[in-house]
Design a protein around this ligand. Structure first.
Ligand code: OSB
Ligand code: MG
Length: 370
């Protein structure tokens, strides 16, 4: 299919409530939307970088630079067959996975629309609803944390993830476990510990957690292996699995027992599918992470999480958890069984409200710009 015109919209959207991780607190989320016009159809994608390089070295600024100056010139006006063809074309550009993944998502949206198939169908996902949870940011006090968890549990979330950092970890998690003895509970440190400071996390081993996510360095596999040997609780890698190759290293090294698959981090949905395939083959549980996406990225995550190997609940919450106003006509809500229904319409299965997109846009780049 010919990619006739590609438009980038860097966005800034106010969050319903602030979100704090070990790398900082945000009140609003930036991202970059990608719109691809092709043969009468329009595909959308989302690049999950934020303003600051806290989670990843990529930012909305680097995404705009890499797409505008390197990726789009390889694509605009060109015939691109599918995601694999896209990956071959952008292979000479090192890294910048969040940037590439947003474009790949738009290509999948187009492919689905052309074939009249939802992304779930294209991927071979079986579930029509996927189990989800909610990611709870670091709160000012333990009382605030318990109130926040209480609110999400009463909304119907049956799996909760707590963000932790050194000094704000064990006692907070113990308090939540005491209040909810049978809640599916897990924690995420976003690389805030060293092998030495992670000694403090050992009491978490007695709290029946589903997993401990990315305690150590964002580029580390080896020390995670050493830490996993000392813990009964499964370690789950997020930041350090940046490709199917790294997933293989982590598996062979026994650096983790679970992988959080985020299509953005690994360079696109095709790469996420490959990691899912590898893990499914050896029965390693995976789940779909989140990046506070708009409903565009959320639709894509839901389709991915419908695949059979996604046996743990995803960080895919209802639209209302993130933004008061989102960029699609559809709203994702939580079903009473802590699931969200996977879109069924062709492609991503969402209708983007471009007027709303423009309200949140910080700028716009069109290629070719004639
Ligand atoms: O580490 O999983 C993470 C949000 C932004 C960046 C990194 C992470 C997160 C989350 C939020 O945990 C998950 C969500 O989108 O609900
Ligand atoms: Mg994480």
């Amino acid at each position: 299919m010919k990619l006739e015109r590609i438009t980038l919209y860097p966005l800034k959207m106010p969050l319903v409530s602030h979100f704090e991780t070990s790398f900082g607190r945000i009140y609003e989320r930036e991202c970059v939307l990608v719109k691809v016009e092709s043969e009468g159809l329009t595909g959308w994608g989302e690049c999950a970088a934020d303003r600051d390089p806290g989670y990843s070295y990529e930012t909305t600024g680097t995404v705009m630079h890499i797409l505008k100056d390197f990726v789009l010139p390889l694509l605009a006006g060109q015939q691109v067959a599918d995601a694999a063809d896209f990956q071959r074309r952008v292979a000479p550009i090192r890294g910048h996975h969040l940037a590439k993944a947003g474009v790949e998502m738009a290509i999948w949206d187009l492919l689905g629309q052309r074939q009249g198939k939802s992304l779930r169908e294209l991927f071979g996902g079986q579930r029509e609803r996927v189990e989800v949870g909610v990611s709870v940011g670091i709160q000012d006090t333990t009382a605030d944390l318990l109130r926040t968890v209480e609110r999400y549990v009463s909304e119907g979330y049956r799996r909760v993830k707590l963000k932790i950092k050194p000094g704000r970890d064990v006692s907070e998690t113990q308090a939540v476990r005491r209040a909810y003895p049978s809640l599916k509970l897990q924690v995420d440190a976003n690389s805030a510990y060293s092998l030495q400071t992670a000694e403090a996390l050992h009491p978490l081993d007695d709290l029946d957690l589903l997993l401990i996510e990315q305690p150590l360095y964002e580029d580390d596999l080896w020390d995670h292996r050493l830490l996993q040997k000392k813990l009964r609780t499964p370690l789950c890698l997020d930041e350090s699995v940046i490709s199917p190759r790294h997933a293989r290293y982590a598996i062979e090294m026994e650096a983790c027992r679970v992988i959080n698959i985020k299509p953005g981090r690994v360079g696109g949905l095709s790469q996420a599918l490959e990691i899912h395939r590898m893990c499914h083959e050896i029965n390693m549980p995976v789940w779909c992470g989140g990046m506070l996406e708009t409903n565009i990225g959320r639709a894509s995550n839901l389709a991915l999480a419908s695949l059979p190997g996604f046996t743990l609940p995803g960080d895919i919450s209802a639209s209302a958890r993130y933004y008061r106003q989102d960029v699609t006509d559809e709203t994702f809500t939580l079903n009473p069984d802590s699931t969200i229904t996977v879109p069924n319409a062709p492609g991503l299965g969402v209708t983007v409200n471009e007027t709303r997109v423009k309200e949140f846009a910080l700028g716009k780049v069109v290629m070719p710009d004639s």
